[in-house]
Each structure stands twice: as C-alpha cells, then as structure tokens.
Design a protein around this ligand. Structure first.
Ligand SMILES: [Zn+2]
Length: 310
C-alpha cells in the first residue's frame, strides 16, 4: 500500500512514495515550478514515474496557504499563481486517475505527528512549527480540525503584543513576529544594538548578520547575553502556547522547526515561562510539550499518509 506525497515549498517541492506505516520509501526534490500550469505538468510526470515502480493508491498534496475543504487553493504566499482560487483536485483529476487529497502543509505535518509521530495515542494534538513563520494544526482523534472552510489552525497570526514588531501579514505583534525561528535572530540583533550581545556580533561578523543559529551557539557556550536573548524568545513562545492551551486544552503540543534543535537551552526557559503564563497551571493537567519526530519530512509524510486514509 503506497501513496505519493507532495510538499510544495517556496523554493523546493519535495515528493516521495510513502507506505502505510509512514515510511518514506523513495524521495525526490525538485525546484518549485514557477506557475500552476508548469506544476501540473511536473506533478503528472512524477506520478507516472512512481506508478511504474509502485502500486500507488492515492496522492496527497501539502501546500502552504489557505486551502479549502472543497479542494481549492485560495491563497499561497509561496506559490502565487494559486491566489486566483484554483480547483487543484479538479484540475489534477483531469490528468491523474487516482484519489487525490490536498491540505495546508502545516495540517499535513500535524497529521503525521498525531498519527505516526510524537503524539501517537494522544486525543487532542496541537502542532506548532517555528520556522521562517509559524504554522500550526489542531488534530482531534487523528483527524485534522479544519474549521468551517478549511483555514483553521493558522495560529501564527494571533496577536500577542499589540505594540510588537511588524509581521509579514502587516499586523503588529503576531505570535509569528515574536516567536518564529526568524524572530530569535531579530531579538539577538536588538540586544546587540543595545550593546548587550558582543558574542553574537563576534560570531556573526556584524549586527545585521546575526541570525538564530548565532544566538543558539552562543547560549550553548554559556554566554549570558545570548541566554538572556533565548529567555525573552522562550517567553514569547510560551505566551503563544499558553493561549493555545487555554483555548484548546490539548493533551500535547508538538513543536517543530529548526529552533527546537537548541534542546535544553530553549526547552528549560520555555517550560519555566509556560508554567507561569498558563492560567491555573498548578490546578490543571499541563499538556505535554514534545518535539516533532519527522522534522523536515513531516509535510511529505502527512500528505502521503492522509492520501492513504481516504
Ligand atoms: Zn501576522
């Protein structure tokens, strides 16, 4: 039993063959096509290629942006030719005679973690990806909760600080602007501008070049300024996670993205803040905070396994 998964990113399109136990048995990466018409040609070629080697039962697409429950893509900042509202499933079915599912890429990742990854056996699962932006998903009883139209789970644009930094969406102080992987670098640069991050400047070469990995490396080496940067960053993450906990009462929150590789240097201040920020923390079961199992492959695995579930 095999399915093909696609994970369409801003610069690359990961694709692969996934089996019923969520193993990626073959994987290939292509440059993201420049238009939807080009994408249809590429997708059809890839499907034909895989079909000649595997018994394929379905195809799943993970696409960033607003993906409707009706199979349409309405908005994708990384793949703008979808922004006119494209009937992705309908158009692909004209070329490919297999069951096709499509969902937001973060929903695919959450589905993979809930059913095959770090949250197996948990009933109410929140997944939060701390990457360039913040994506999320809510998975209940193994199924993605998609809201009325398919757009639920976009936690990144909840306002955490009305006077906070400008977000890519043009609002201020979104969870994403404060706690994405990119935000760690920004906080580091702000410390350095105030003269509090010389070790970061030494590592990066200049204030402008400080990014999250410099903060992480410096904090892991024990530098107090970098540890203070991480503490502020961890508090920002905690504010988002505590709001999600209060709204959704999850069993588990799965964190993904490059910054989780910082390990204890991030995890320990995060848990300290999370205890303080969550209302009634001492009087309620606290959700487990776990790290994602599938890493970069979560979207691909989720898209493929979702296709096998229909
Ligand atoms: Zn925003």
């Amino acid at each position: 039993m095999y399915a093909i998964g696609f994970d369409l990113g801003g610069t690359k399109c990961a694709t692969g063959v996934i089996d019923g136990k969520a193993n990626v048995v073959e994987e290939n990466v292509y440059a993201t096509p420049s238009s939807w018409d080009e994408a249809k040609v590429l997708f059809t070629d890839i499907v034909n290629q895989y079909q000649s080697n595997y018994e394929i039962e379905g195809i799943g697409f993970g696409i960033p942006g607003l993906i409707g429950t009706n199979g349409y893509a309405y908005y994708s900042p990384n793949f703008q030719s979808l922004n006119v509202g494209v009937d992705v499933i309908g158009e692909l079915k004209e070329k490919i005679d297999l069951p096709i599912v499509i969902d937001n890429d973060n929903n695919c990742s959450g589905y993979a973690e809930a059913n095959f990854g770090s949250a197996v056996g948990k009933r109410v699962v929140v997944s939060v990806g701390l990457g360039t932006g913040i994506g999320g998903a809510l998975v209940i009883d193994g199924k993605v909760f998609r809201g009325a139209h398919g757009f639920a789970g976009d936690f990144g644009h909840a306002t955490i600080d009305i006077d906070g930094p400008l977000c890519a969406c043009s609002k201020r102080g979104c969870f994403e602007a404060l706690a994405s992987g990119s935000a760690l670098g920004r906080i580091g640069r702000e410390y350095a501008q105030r003269g509090q991050g010389q070790s970061l400047v030494d590592l990066a070469g200049s204030i402008e070049d400080i990014v999250g990995k410099h903060v992480g490396a410096s904090a892991q080496a024990g530098n107090q300024d970098a540890i203070a940067v991480i503490d502020e960053y961890a508090h920002n993450i905690s504010l988002g996670l505590s709001s999600l906990t209060e709204s959704l009462d999850p069993d588990i929150i799965v964190l993904a993205g490059g910054v989780v590789e910082l390990g204890d240097v991030l995890y320990s201040p995060l848990m300290k803040h999370f205890e303080a920020d969550t209302q009634g923390d001492k009087n309620r079961p606290r959700p487990e905070i776990a790290l994602a199992k599938f890493g970069e492959k979560a979207g691909l695995v989720g898209a493929g396994t979702m296709a096998l579930s229909i």
